[in-house]
Design a binder for this molecule. Structure first.
Ligand code: AP5
Ligand code: MG
Length: 214
């Protein structure tokens, strides 16, 4: 049974690796960011409007909203044999609330994908996303076969609203100010494994598979 958390700075490769790991282990990939983007795309609701505001500024969505959405998702049938959380928790409070919730089936792996800040900025500003297939590309490091189109679905690739440089800078600050505290919490508990995320995508995947053997 795998109850995995991927934590780390924006642009570190959590989504890219989560997609590969979840196919490999046949478990659901639960990204709070993806859930929020889907809620915003679905249409107008007070909650979606509130979330859009926080995301567009690169701030964390308030815990009450995130925790409800996340707990609702992990209570679904497809999560009963494990799951991978990508982007949750990202504050000390979220980490503690998650631990309390999972008392009877705790996390099996907490993996930090660590990447230097200059590289993160290049990755985020070069990212292109396929909304429907969920595939993630990069104009510098992982381009699609046909420029601007998804290899899998053929749909047009988009630039995420929060990948413009002003928002990227704020997301990196928020990571340091709020998410590093959750990283330290797992470090102190002795459950954190740090993966060097600056290798190429396949090498990082191989390193993560090694960690998952234990
Ligand atoms: P979220 O969608 O989770 O964004 P994030 O954490 O900022 O992370 P990213 O998705 O930007 O990066 P990633 O690590 O997934 O990297 P990726 O694989 O795409 O959250 C967005 C927002 O939602 C937050 O700002 C917040 O407002 C809100 N939110 C979400 N969860 C929340 C929570 N728990 N609490 C409160 N608010 C929450 O890769 C990046 C790029 O690099 C891609 O172009 C990729 O192709 C490339 N790349 C990947 N790996 C490599 C490699 N090894 N070498 C070269 N390039 C690579
Ligand atoms: Mg992501």
């Amino acid at each position: 049974m795998y109850n995995i958390v991927f934590i780390g700075p924006p642009g570190g490769g959590k989504g890219t690796q989560a997609d590969m790991v979840c196919k490999f282990l046949n478990i659901p990939h639960i990204s709070t960011g993806d859930i929020f983007r889907a809620m915003i795309k679905e249409g107008k609701s007070e909650l979606a409007d509130m979330i859009r505001g926080y995301m567009s500024r690169g701030e964390l969505v308030p815990d009450e909203a995130v925790v409800d959405v996340l707990f609702d998702r992990i209570s679904k049938d497809d999560c009963q044999n494990g799951y991978l959380l990508d982007g949750f928790p990202r504050s000390l409070n979220q980490a503690k609330v998650l631990d309390a919730k999972l008392a009877s089936a705790p996390l099996t792996h907490v993996i930090l994908i660590d990447v230097d800040e200059n590289q993160l900025i290049k990755r985020l500003t070069g990212r292109r996303t396929a909304v429907n297939s969920g595939k993630i590309y990069n104009i510098h490091f992982n381009p699609p076969k046909v420029e601007g189109k998804c290899d899998v679905s053929g749909e047009d690739l988009i630039i995420r609203d929060d990948d413009k440089i002003e928002t990227v800078t704020n997301r990196l600050k928020v990571y340091k100010d709020q998410t590093v505290a959750a990283v330290n919490y797992y470090k102190e508990k002795g459950v954190l494994t740090v993966i060097k995320g600056e290798k190429n995508i396949d090498e990082v995947f191989a390193d993560i598979k090694e960690v998952l053997k234990s």
